[in-house]
Design a protein around this ligand. Structure first.
Ligand code: DX5
Ligand code: ZN
Length: 218
């Protein structure tokens, strides 16, 4: 299980300190949402945040989740800035295969994201080009939402599809992950859990303790 805290949940005025606390809690994988105010009705983080975080924390694997209308315009710069994993939404482009190949050719892990309203089998034509699939368990765009009804069944379907194709892509669950949903998701084949306010942030004993607790409980 990979705990992937999402910095969309950070207090913007304290982000540096909060990332230090995540690192102290043995976090090795960080989820970075980039939102363009167009694909989703929210705006978050200039792409240079990736460079700033990688420079200060080279040991962290940076998982960039593009919620943008033109993912192709980000890929080269994400490589330059030190991203390790890059995912984009399947409906954000007509050229998913090209972009997945491009991400891989640059030496990064390539992921596709599917929204709650999209069929799971939409990824079938992409299987050979995928390192991971991000299953949105909320509508994308805002941190702190509730894990959507039906998501665990969708995860089961995705896991079955992976087995059917004998594919090896990882499955990441993104949105509203709390303890009960995390446990159920792991049972159903999730590999990466994107965590936010229900697990890591806003905890009474602080971020570092919350990270240790999560590792222990999972
Ligand atoms: C939603 C984002 C998520 C979110 C996760 O659009 O993609 O990464 O920040 O955080 P929580 O767990 O608070 O939903
Ligand atoms: Zn995300």
């Amino acid at each position: 299980m990979i705990n992937a805290p999402s910095i969309a949940n950070c207090n913007l005025l304290e982000m540096g300190k909060q990332i230090d606390e995540l690192v102290s809690g043995n976090v090795t994988f960080l989820h970075i949402d980039l939102m363009d105010g167009h694909y989703v009705p929210n705006l978050a983080f200039p792409i240079t945040i990736v460079k700033e975080i990688k420079t200060k924390y080279p040991q962290l694997a940076l998982d960039v989740h593009l919620m943008v209308s033109n993912p192709q315009d980000y890929i080269d710069r994400l490589k330059e800035y030190g991203a390790d994993y890059v995912s984009f939404h399947i409906d954000s482009t007509s050229f998913s295969v090209r972009h997945l190949k491009n991400i891989r050719n640059l030496g990064m892990k390539a992921g596709i994201v599917i929204n709650p309203s999209q069929r799971i089998d939409i990824i079938e034509p992409l299987i050979d080009y995928l390192d991971y699939v991000v299953l949105m368990t909320v509508e994308p765009g805002f941190a702190g939402q509730k894990f959507m009804e039906g998501s665990l069944e969708r995860l089961e379907e995705l896991n079955r599809l992976r087995e059917r194709y004998k594919a090896s892509f990882l499955i990441s669950i993104d949105g509203g992950v709390d303890y009960p949903k995390a446990i159920e998701s792991l049972k159903r084949g999730a590999d990466i859990l994107v965590t936010g306010i229900y697990v890591v942030f806003n905890q009474p004993d602080g971020i570092t303790n919350a990270c240790f607790r999560f590792d222990k409980e999972m």
